[in-house]
Design a protein around this ligand. Structure first.
Ligand SMILES: C[S@@+](CC[C@H](N)C(=O)[O-])C[C@H]1O[C@@H](n2cnc3c(N)ncnc32)[C@H](O)[C@@H]1O
Length: 476
């Protein structure tokens, strides 16, 4: 290649893998090329641009053959919206490529012995599975008709939807999103049309002007809905007209809030949420892993963390619980506990649970959730895992028999791994949303732990993401 910028063309290249980052992979002349919206088995002409020292990005210029793994995407926004990068792959093939992602990570990164990977647990509903979506208002809507923005009116440039990939200031106005059940789309369209009708301004993220910033919609499996409208300033029309009209139009809204955010960033956790109508939180239920016990109830306040696919979260936790094979006498540590959901899922069937999490509000939610479910053998601690989980903490809380760990995508900090190796619990159940970092951590744990079971779970259909649960036993 001459320079980073000058494109190169390759003809009749076969796409060979689905990739783990949402872009498929081709290898013309041994170059590693990532290709968005391609499918393994496609034969295409590619324009290739160098992105980094060791990889390239390719754009499909012409199709010679369409892959047999393809289906027609459900969503008209596919290809522009950054949300569901695998919609063009048949769901059964998405599952195959997710299973392969787990295997590749174990083989190439972990390089440890492991038993046969169990078949991935598919999501029963491959669409409309999310319980939370955040939409953004913008005065710089992405124009799909090719016309220059200078020819458009303010109204025509106002949109409510998702950021375009890689463009912080452009929003794709969404007609219909297939990720969250109704009335999610109906609510978004109602708010957008009401705002346009009343000439309320949509946010200008470059100049930090405009009234309407974000619309967050959360729901439960039972169909209760929470709406949070984020505005840049108090506004009479919003308070006296828009919010009451929204509540009157949708009986499903059981919790309605607004929040004034005049900061440059979109974070609302540090702001006062103004409760407009209904309840202060949603209640999500999760069936007990053991028959005869009541379902757990979790409170979801506007900024609380909860797994975004509630029904598959149940499958994920059940997998972790069954792998742990508890006798009832164990002390369990739940690392990265969030709002305490895994800890509380285990609590009724073990002696004691200890959860650690660095978001203080989540720890308060966890304690509240324990109370709500009459669970008294659970304790929660706030702080950075690498600092909290030290020798003194273990001496104080007692050595765990089982460690459940569910870290963020980056995996566990090396200090946490060192501490886990020092604790020497009999079993570890490692729940991960990133098989690559999980595999790296399994490699580090290998000195003391062997992999006994591997169970991928699909929490996010239409995307490349896969969750993986691994059971480790201390070597004897
Ligand atoms: C993948 S989520 C798991 C949440 C929870 N187990 C669940 O199933 O709902 C990871 C959690 O780790 C927390 N976290 C991230 N980095 C952390 C750190 N360094 N120390 C403690 N907690 C951390 C995040 O706030 C988040 O709640």
């Amino acid at each position: 290649m001459k320079s980073r910028r000058s494109p190169k063309f390759f003809e009749k290249v076969e796409i060979i893998d689905a990739g783990s980052e949402g872009k498929a992979v081709a290898k013309p002349e041994e170059l590693v090329v990532f290709v968005p919206f391609a499918a393994p088995g496609d034969i295409v002409d590619l324009e290739v641009i160098k992105k980094k020292r060791n990889y390239f990005e390719g754009f499909i210029k012409h199709f010679h053959k369409y892959s047999d793994y393809r289906v027609v995407p459900e969503c008209k926004h596919f290809g522009t919206c950054g949300g569901c990068k695998w919609q063009h792959l048949d769901y059964k093939w998405q599952l195959v490529f997710k299973q392969k992602q787990v295997k590749d990570s174990l083989d190439r990164i972990a390089k440890v012995n492991y038993p046969e990977i169990r078949p991935i647990l598919a999501a029963p509903t491959p669409y409309y599975y999310r319980n939370k979506l955040e939409y953004t208002f913008s005065n710089r809507k992405w124009l799909t008709d090719g016309a220059p923005s200078s020819e458009k009116s303010e109204e025509e440039m106002s949109g409510l939807g998702f950021h375009l990939p890689g463009m912080f200031d452009r929003i794709l106005d969404i007609d219909h999103c297939h990720l969250q059940a109704e009335p999610s789309n109906e609510i978004r369209l109602f708010v957008r049309d009401f705002a346009l009708d009343k000439k309320l301004s949509f946010y200008d993220v470059r100049n930090h002007e405009g009234l309407l910033r974000n619309l967050i919609i959360r729901n439960t499996q039972k169909g209760e809905v929470m709406v949070i409208l984020v505005v840049s300033a108090e506004d009479e029309i919003v308070i006296t007209q828009l919010l009451p009209a929204l509540k009157a139009e949708f009986s499903q809204i059981t919790a309605l809030f607004y929040v004034v955010n005049d900061k440059k960033n979109d974070v609302i956790n540090d702001l006062e949420l103004i409760h407009v109508a209904g309840d202060a939180e949603l209640i999500e239920e999760m069936a007990s892993p053991v028959e005869g016990f009541p379902a757990l109830k979790f409170g979801i306040a506007p900024v609380s963390f909860y797994q975004t696919n509630a029904s598959q979260a149940e499958v994920l936790y059940k997998t972790a619980f069954e792998m742990a094979a508890v006798s009832g006498e164990e002390k369990v540590y739940d690392l990265y506990t969030g709002a305490g959901t895994i800890a509380l899922y285990f609590a009724r069937f073990v002696k004691e649970v200890v959860g650690i999490e660095y978001v203080e509000q989540a720890v308060l939610d966890a304690a509240q959730n324990a109370k709500r479910n009459n669970i008294s053998n659970a304790q929660f601690f706030a702080g950075d895992m690498a600092k909290v989980l030290d020798e003194a903490f273990v001496a104080e809380q007692g050595k765990p028999d089982i460690i459940v760990t569910d870290p963020p995508r980056a995996g566990m900090h090396p200090k946490v791994i060192t501490q886990i190796l020092a604790i020497q619990a009999d079993k570890i159940v490692y729940v991960s949303c990133n098989p690559a970092t999980q595999a790296r951590d399994l490699q580090l744990l290998e000195v003391l732990y062997e992999v006994k079971a591997v169970q991928p779970v699909d929490m996010f259909p239409q995307t490349q993401h896969v969750e993986n649960v691994v059971l480790l036993h201390k070597r004897v």
